[in-house]
Design a protein around this ligand. Sequence first.
Ligand SMILES: [Zn+2]
Length: 214
Amino acid sequence: MKSVILLAPPSAGKGVMGNYLIKNYGYKHLSTGNILREYALKDEELSERLKSGKLIDDETILKILEDYLKNISLDEKIVFDGIPRTLHQAKVLDIMLESLNRLDYVVVYLDVTKDNLLNRVLGRMTCSKCGRTYNSRIDEFKPINEGICDDCKIPLVVRCDDNESSFMVRYQEYLENTEPIKKYYQDKGCLVVIDNNSINQTEALAKLVGVLND
Ligand SMILES: [Zn+2]
C-alpha cells in the first residue's frame, strides 16, 4: 500500500479515515502537532514557542519532520495528518520525500458539502464521562433522550468553538490555504477526491483502501 496525505475541511471525517488505516493496515500516524510536542520535550525554545501559542514556522516544522521520517523504516506506510498546510510546505515536503525515497504517496481529498459540515459541527455533543459523541442534527447519532448520554444518563456537553461563526472562520481559512495545495497535487496527477458526505463511511473507506492499493 501507499502512504497517504489526507486533505479535508474541518469535521469532514479525516480522523476516522486515518484511524481506520492505522488500526486495520498498520499505518503510522504522522501528525505534526504530536511530533512538535514530542520534540518540544527535548527543546526548550520550541517548548516556549508552543506554549505561547505562536505559529511555528515552516522551516522548523519541516526540519523536525525530516528528522522524524529518517528514523522510520521505508516499509512503514504513513498517514500524513495536518501537513502540508501551505503550498510552500507541500513543495518542500516533496523535495524531502524524494530525498528519502518516499514518493509513493497518494493525496486524498475528502469532499463534504458545507451544509453537511455545518450539521456535523453544530449538532455535535459529547459525554464528559465516557467520551461518546452524539449529534442532535443527524438521526443516526441522536441520543435516545435529548441532550442525555444513553449510557451514563448525564447531560451532554457542546464544545464552545462548535458554533457557526467559529466554524465559518475555520472553514474560510481552510479553503484559502488548501485550494492552492489541491491544485498543486492535481497538476502532479496524485490527487484523488473521495465523496465523504454519507454518514455511513463504509463506502468511502472501501474507496480509500482501493486507491491506496492501486
Ligand atoms: Zn456517557
